[in-house]
Every structure is written in structure tokens, then in C-alpha cells.
Design a protein around this ligand. Sequence first.
Ligand code: NAP
Length: 271
Amino acid sequence: MKLFGVLGDPVSHSLSPVMHNAAFRALGMDCEYHAFRVNKDNLYNAIYGAYALGFGGLNLTIPLKEKALGIVDPADPAKQIGAVNTIDFKKGITGYNTDGVGARMALTGSGIEIKGKEVLLLGAGGAARAIAFQLAKDGASVIIANRTVERAESLAGEVSRVGRSTACGLDDLKNQIQNCDILINSTAAGMSPKISETIVTSDMMHKNLVVFDIVYNPINTMLLQEAKKAGARTIDGVMMLVYQGAEAFKIWTGCTPPVDVMEKAVRERLS
Ligand code: NAP
């Protein structure tokens, strides 16, 4: 039996155990995945403990992703993004970040081209960092809009080294959106329990817009409801969660997991 886990604090809400265990079962693998509550002070011991115990791999969630960078040997793109969400133990203790690839696959899996597109990315936190680097590298032009505009400016400056990126605040979003192909919410706005919150409303959107909300709890966020009202195409946060997990699964096991099984397990749990 090989053990895997997610470390975080809090962590009981994590959907990773249900998603990965469904994949292990479907593939008949003798593996189990569990959630472990670990705070920042204990992160070093928890990672080295899992390594010593022969774990197959770990995921990290809030608030451990940045702290882990100083503990593991970070591979690209974790180093560039400044956060680790996946740890592999095959060659020492290596840190990866699969959030950006997860977001890209959620878009391309829905038939959305990224290259040459104008993307307005709301947020400049951990998830936004991963998405901004990924989409800029994939050839999109990324406008980062954040409540704290200095954070957006600083991130856009870093992302500009790998692709096209600019920054703005949340004041003039309607004008910005009119020239955009894809709107992505990577802020916590709209996440349970503040489910009536949305930064962008239907009157600010156009019907050719793709609206992707990475918040997955609830699945049908207020932003996605507004997008549907405007006739825009919508993508919910479940597929990013599933694809970032599938990438981690591949790093650990070398196997391609059944994403349909993982998606079903997550959607069942969320409903
Ligand atoms: P984070 O690092 O704490 O960043 C939060 C971001 O949201 C910051 O840019 C913050 O702006 C902004 N923000 C928070 N509340 C806001 C509000 N009411 N109005 C405007 N802006 C607000 O968090 P994170 O790790 O990036 O996660 C963000 C969200 O993405 C969470 O809901 C998380 O569950 C979700 N997520 C989903 C996936 C997935 O796989 N689908 C993966 C990762 C994260 P300031 O800089 O001004 O504070």
C-alpha cells in the first residue's frame, strides 16, 4: 500500500482525498490518499516525515504553498510562481506547481484557444500567480486586475519576463472587459459562505466572452450566473481542480488518471 496526502490548515474541506481515491480505485492501484492538518510551524517535519515513511507524494493547500518553497527542491514552474502545490519523493523532495496547467487544461478541454487571446485575470494571489505565468507563456495577453493594485503591478512585472502582461485596479473593469476574450476570476469573491458576491456583473460582459470562475464552492457561482444572463460561455472551477490533481497524479505515478471519474467524484461531493 502506497500512501499519499494533502497537508493544509484547515484541510477537512479538501476534495483531493475523494478525487484521488476515486482514481486509485478505478485503476485498481493499491494506494490511499488522506488529508492531514498541518500548520506552517510543522511543515518541515511533516514533509520530511512523509518522505521517511515512504509516501508516494503530497499536495499542499492553504496556507502552506509559499512556505514549502524553502523546504523542497523546487522544479519549474513552482520556482517561478513562488508556490508549491505538489511534492514528489522519487528523487529527493521535489516541489511542483500544477495549478497553472490545471487552469490551462480547463480552458483547452472546453475547446478554448489561449494563444493570441486577451485575458482579464481577476486577482493576484497564489492561484492567480500560477494562472498568469501559464497563460502568458501559452501566448495570451494577460491583464491582471486586483483590489490591491500594487500586487497586480508587481505580478504583471514578473509575468512580463515570460510573455505579455499589464496591471490595473478594479475601477474600470467594464471597459477592460469589452476588449477581452476571456475573463477569469481567481479571487475568493463568491466563495462560500459569501455566495452572493461578484466583482463583475452581466451588464459589464458581452456575449462573446468566456467566463471562467476558478471558485468551485459553490459550483454555480454568482459570477457564472451573471455570465449566463449576458449570454457568455461559462466554465466552472471543478475542471481546474480535477486537472491540477490529474497532473500531480501523473508526476507521482507515471499513470494518466481517469479525469471523468475524478470529476464525477468531486461533483457528487459538492452537490
Ligand atoms: P489568495 O492567495 O488568498 O488570494 C486571494 C485573492 O483574492 C487576492 O488577489 C485578493 O485581493 C482577492 N480577493 C479576496 N477577496 C476579495 C474580494 N471580496 N473582492 C476582491 N478581491 C478579493 O487565494 P488563492 O489561493 O489565490 O485562491 C483564490 C480562490 O481560488 C479561492 O476561492 C480558492 O478556493 C480558489 N482556487 C481554486 C482552485 C481550483 O483548482 N479550482 C485552485 C486554487 C484556488 P487582495 O490582493 O486585494 O487581497
